[in-house]
Design a protein around this ligand. Structure first.
Ligand SMILES: CCCCCCCCCCCC(=O)SCCNC(=O)CCNC(=O)[C@H](O)C(C)(C)COP(=O)(O)OP(=O)(O)OC[C@H]1O[C@@H](n2cnc3c(N)ncnc32)[C@H](O)[C@@H]1OP(=O)(O)O
Length: 218
């Protein structure tokens, strides 16, 4: 199914959808869905969110912006698809797999020793006082911790618990180093650790458990 329901919200998957159970049984990765300029599109959307976060428009400009954003949303409603095949989340050539809901990251290492990535929290990720919101830090740990555990179990995992300790402020607009790795693998259980550094300074660390999904598990 490629058309949007009237509400323009969730689009259900059809029989061709590449999943069994709750998460991707196979990752239907792509570098061409959305076209060669899809990365530019994602970046413009991120920029829109950054600018909107700090905007204080006049009432007249707010009226104008509503019309423009409604027109953009109408255009996007016409090209909705299910989650398993949207470029956002499957474009492995783009930061954070093209997933605009994640803080953008670029992976430099991924293997048995874990995952190392450069993560940049954007103005949109503001918590307060020019520092990143703790929830967005947890989102980055969840995704990259999930990736480290997926590599270790060679399958799909789901977060059972995730504890983030915030050790110092996490700056915005700064490339930071995130490292996640499996400390201990016990059957389906992957105990994951992680760190987030700004240069030599530890911003946050992670203690999490990810569970490998059984075939077809919702
Ligand atoms: C290249 C592309 C990469 C792509 C990489 C993409 C990465 C994306 C990562 C995103 C990850 C998410 O956000 S996931 C979304 C957030 N998480 C969720 O919604 C999870 C909701 N919960 C669940 O679905 C379930 O509770 C599960 C799957 C976590 C576990 O259920 P289950 O499969 O039935 O397993 P269950 O028998 O209960 O537990 C298995 C073992 O784990 C233990 N266990 C289970 N939960 C816990 C817990 N909270 N704390 C301690 N221990 C626990 C049990 O005691 C048991 O130990 P023993 O008796 O065997 O010793």
């Amino acid at each position: 199914m490629t058309s949007s329901p009237e509400s323009g919200w969730a689009v259900p998957a059809d029989a061709d959808s590449p999943h069994e159970g709750g998460f991707r049984a196979r990752m239907d990765i792509t570098t061409d869905r959305g076209g060669p300029r899809y990365g530019e599109f994602s970046e413009e959307i991120r920029r829109l969110m950054d600018l909107a976060r700090y905007a204080c428009p006049t009432p007249e400009i707010t009226d104008e912006l509503i019309d423009q954003v409604r027109a953009l949303n109408k255009r996007l409603e016409d090209v909705q698809i299910d989650e398993w095949r949207s470029p956002a989340g499957t474009r492995i050539d783009l930061p954070a797999r093209g997933n605009i809901t994640l803080p953008p990251y670029e992976i430099s290492e991924g293997g048995p020793d874990g995952v190392v990535a450069s993560v940049t929290f954007r103005p949109f990720h503001l918590g307060g006082n020019d520092a990143a919101h703790g929830g967005h830090v947890a989102v980055a740990f969840d995704d990259l911790g999930g990736m480290a555990s997926a590599l270790a179990v060679q399958g799909i995992t789901r977060t059972a618990y995730l504890t983030v300790s915030y050790r110092s402020l996490t700056p915005l607009r700064t490339p930071l180093r995130m490292h996640t790795w499996v400390e201990n693998l016990d059957g389906r259980k992957a105990f994951v650790k992680g760190t987030l550094h700004d240069g030599d300074r530890l911003c946050a660390d992670l203690d999490a458990l990810f569970i490998a999904l059984k075939p077809g598990q919702p």
